[in-house]
Design a protein around this ligand. Structure first.
Ligand SMILES: O=P(O)(O)OC[C@@H](O)[C@@H](O)c1c[nH]c2ccccc12
Length: 261
């Protein structure tokens, strides 16, 4: 079994267990359910830098990245740096994140927050809203077209933006539908962890213009972004490059300053 299949199998068990304990009706009572959400797609359209900064403590590909920070400090640092939005990993087993991280980030900042999770069930979308997210990620590699449709429509009903992640041509063809806001090309193959920015370059022309294009993973320099912009990318999702520093917010500030100069 590849790592992605393993993560999804674990996730299914996790979601089933949680559902049996915390019913949907309880999630719907969260004070965060009725709030107005912020649009990441809109923020990217209006931005010169297009940076989406991630909170990521560890990952299956890199093990420990940074375990010494507080998510709220990271969130405030990113917001001050002027990023368009923040991605918060909520998977515990493989990435060391949690829904508590999401809610703490929500309490600390107003910018759009993406729940970075392996979403396979509508229940997780309700959780995303109830814990303060504005955007959800859907990963084409683990979903059928019918699932992408029903999950993205469920998200839109809750006023959440949808970022659909693809890694190859087949996944793009399978996924294109009006209930998506952004298409993210993951430069990292989630099955082998191989990273290449060529993936974003090669797939860009297959993504229709009505979707905001986001390039994800393995972006570690201003040059990489300058290189990707001519291919139509308006969003750049950066995790490790910021998170491996002692002060991700400070680092993002310098990064964005250089990018915009
Ligand atoms: O740390 P990086 O290489 O900058 O990557 C960030 C982000 O793209 C990556 O964490 C990611 C992209 N898609 C995912 C899906 C699940 C978990 C994590 C991810």
């Amino acid at each position: 079994m590849n790592i992605l299949d393993k993560i999804v199998a674990d996730k299914r068990k996790e979601v089933d267990l949680k559902k049996s304990l915390i019913p949907v009706s309880q999630l719907e009572q969260s004070v965060l359910m009725d709030r107005e959400t912020a649009s990441l797609a809109q923020a990217l359209k209006n931005s010169g830098s297009g940076i989406i900064a991630e909170h990521k403590r560890r990952s299956p590909s890199k093990s420990i990245i940074n375990q010494d920070l507080n998510v709220q400090d990271v969130a405030m640092g990113y917001e001050k740096a002027g990023v368009c939005g923040m991605s918060v990993l909520t998977d515990g087993k493989y990435f060391g994140g949690s829904l508590d991280d999401l809610v703490l980030a929500r309490a600390a900042v107003h910018m759009p927050l993406l729940r970075k999770e392996f979403i396979i069930d509508e229940y997780q979308i309700l959780e995303a809203k109830a814990y303060g997210a504005d955007v959800i990620l859907l990963i084409a590699a683990v979903l059928s077209r019918a699932e992408i449709k029903s999950l993205s429509e469920a998200a839109k009903k809750l006023n959440l933006d949808v970022l659909l992640e693809v890694h190859n041509e087949e996944e793009i063809h399978k996924s294109i539908m009006p209930s998506l806001d952004m298409l993210g090309v993951n430069n990292r193959n989630l099955k082998t962890f191989e990273v290449s920015l060529e993936t974003s370059k090669n797939l860009s022309k297959l993504i229709p213009d009505e979707f905001i294009k986001v390039s994800e993973s393995g972006i570690s320099s201003i040059d990489a972004i300058t290189d990707l912009k001519p291919y139509g990318y308006q969003g750049f999702l950066i995790g490790e490059n910021f998170m491996k520093t002692d002060n991700p917010g400070q680092y993002a500030t310098e990064f964005i300053k250089t990018l915009e100069s």
